[in-house]
Design a protein around this ligand. Sequence first.
Ligand code: TYM
Length: 345
Amino acid sequence: MSMELPKRKVALSAAQPTGQLTIGNLFGAIQNWVPLQERYNTIFCVVDLHALTVRQDPQQLRKHILELAAIYLAAGVDPEQSVVFIQSQVHQHAELAWILSTFAQLGELERMTQFKDKAQRHRHNVNAGLFTYPVLMAADILLYGAHVVPVGEDQKQHLELTRDIAIRFNNAFGPVFQVPDPLIQSQGAERVRDLQNPAKKMSKSAESELSKVMLLDDASTVLKKFKKAVTDSLGEIRFDEINQAGVTNLLTIWCAATGKTREEALHHFSHNLYGKLKVETAEAVNVVLDPIRNRYRELMNDPGELERILHKGAEQARERAEHTLVSVMEVLGLPVAHRKVSSRG
Ligand code: TYM
């Protein structure tokens, strides 16, 4: 008789294909996904439907979707261990999002800081999708019974809303959803800041190129951007988010890139000047980015292989998503007989 292995918990995360990724996305999220593959049943999604909340050029979007999937793989996501797929290829996300929108309150959605930020930045296009965006994110997570969701600090509020929606649904209709926990690694960089304006998070949509370090920037560009990073005139290297946000950001990035602790960073840079901190941070980042850039180029040279991986990922995702969606529909009293996979399958 074969012994059944204990079932692994599910870890799920995602990023939007809204342009090239920054080191914020890497150190705040993707880098933390990789070791989870050893312990969890891991699922990583390219959330292209989310990207539509801001107007996209179709050709660019098509390109960015594949590029993002290639970045996942280049950064160490292993398609043999993880399900890697594109959100729009699994129609259950949109279906569950509709259902969950009837469990989210307007007031809750109005409180979302990302909505408030984006509504400010895209005043000409404050569409309903921008508003209900966190509900689609809840669907992404709840469809797969995710136990943990590794994200950067900026997504914590969305995770809390996901939990609230799941709990509300379960209270009304029984324990259908796993209530997920955010996983915000303290060792990683929970919030990488804009190099020119460290009061803000580093964002792929920042206008100034000097504000953000892209994963595919070449080594000399990375060095140039760090050399121009804003610091202060205090001349001391220490962690102080209030008075020395720029220096703190460089130290945080150095820690994330080297895997060293804050104490080790302070020891390493004691008696140093800002110039050295900037150059060494750039060098540490380049050590991490070099193999990613190389693997990325290889993957993009073989689009057939990438598409095969994504096709297989979508099939695996669809099966699991359908299972959950059918359970949800059944408890709500919606007809399911016509759906191919039974929830009890
Ligand atoms: P997105 O695409 O903006 O970012 C992807 C991941 O990168 C993290 N991140 C950062 N971490 C640290 N410092 C930064 N400067 C920084 N910028 C971005 C984000 O926290 C995120 O983990 N709503 C999500 C996408 C999403 C999702 C999901 C995530 C949709 N459905 C389901 C998890 C699970 C977003 O916009 O991420």
